[in-house]
Design a protein around this ligand. Structure first.
Ligand code: MN
Length: 287
């Protein structure tokens, strides 16, 4: 199932080039009282919602995807987890380019030593909201990444069972201001995490470690690789992360970017594609 959020927070079932408005299926969500859950309640209840979607889809209004404002498929993740230098060729380009490593040894180590980082949840937007660049005197880079959405609470999960905890997959853009500061600061401005164009539920992708991913800027291909080149694959990343903290429904892991990162400027148009997920277009502007 391909599920998107669009317009004024409507839930959509993507069917080819069309979207059915299945917002009515959200009626199965429990009602909550303060203090509200600190995880994403849509993702936490996804199996129930999916069942209801199947029931309401036949009578749901349909509209073309073109022209819809696509929002992030996860509204309220408790955390957005980043995997630094998780492709060998990207590690090689970071080590050879001072614009990328800024003489910081922690930016040049393999992921096993560097560990993971967090992006502020407030950095998350959908492709229809666009990217608003800050610090225009500095270099801002694109990074296309497979994004994993956690489906159920995961604590100390082993790699062999890790995929059972995945709700689905999206395309992630991990935008970055280059410079000497901590990654968590440089990668956390509003709109520096783009998730979209929709959530593809995990049943449609049996092997997340064998997906072509590609990104172009203004029609020019800048990144073109396959998730098989990740240093830590999706199961290993879930094992690594859940050994340090509990993963909650809706938590997003952006799994690292392949080689080919390069600067973006206001006015650019990014097109990102991941096999079995889809393609999303994202406009870049000044904040
Ligand atoms: Mn990244």
């Amino acid at each position: 199932m391909r599920l998107c959020w669009f317009g004024d927070a409507r839930l959509g079932l993507v069917d080819g080039l069309n979207v059915q408005d299945v917002t009515a299926a959200l009626d199965v969500l429990p009602s909550y009282r303060y203090p509200l859950p600190t995880y994403d309640v849509f993702i936490a209840n996804l199996p129930r919602v999916e069942g209801r979607i199947r029931a309401v889809a036949a009578d749901a209004p349909s509209m073309p995807l073109t022209g819809l404002k696509l929002l992030s498929p996860v509204a309220n993740p408790s955390k957005v987890i980043g995997a630094p230098v998780n492709y060998h060729k990207h590690l090689a380009e970071v080590r050879t380019d001072a614009h990328l490593h800024h003489d910081n040894q922690a930016h040049m180590a393999v992921i096993h030593k560097t560990g993971l980082f967090l992006k502020a949840s407030s950095s998350l937007v959908g492709p229809g909201e666009g990217i608003a660049l800050r610090k225009l005197d500095r270099r801002n880079d694109h990074e296309v990444e497979l994004a994993v959405v956690i489906g159920k609470t995961a604590n100390n999960v082993s790699g062999t069972e890790a995929l059972e905890y995945v709700a689905g997959y999206s395309i992630g853009l991990d935008l970055t201001i280059r410079g000497p500061e901590e990654r968590s600061l440089r990668k956390s401005p509003d709109s520096y995490a783009v998730l979209g164009p929709w959530l593809v539920t995990a049943d449609e992708i049996s092997n997340p470690g064998q997906l072509d991913l590609k990104l172009s800027v203004n029609g020019e291909v800048r990144q073109n690789s396959n998730t098989k080149y990740m240093i830590l694959g999706v199961p290993e990343l879930i094992e690594f992360a859940s050994a340090f903290y509990t993963l909650y429904p809706g938590d997003v892991i952006v799994t690292g970017t392949p080689e080919g990162v390069s600067p973006i400027e206001p006015g650019d148009t990014i097109v990102a594609t991941i096999e079995k997920i889809g393609t999303m277009e994202v406009k870049v502007r000044a904040a």
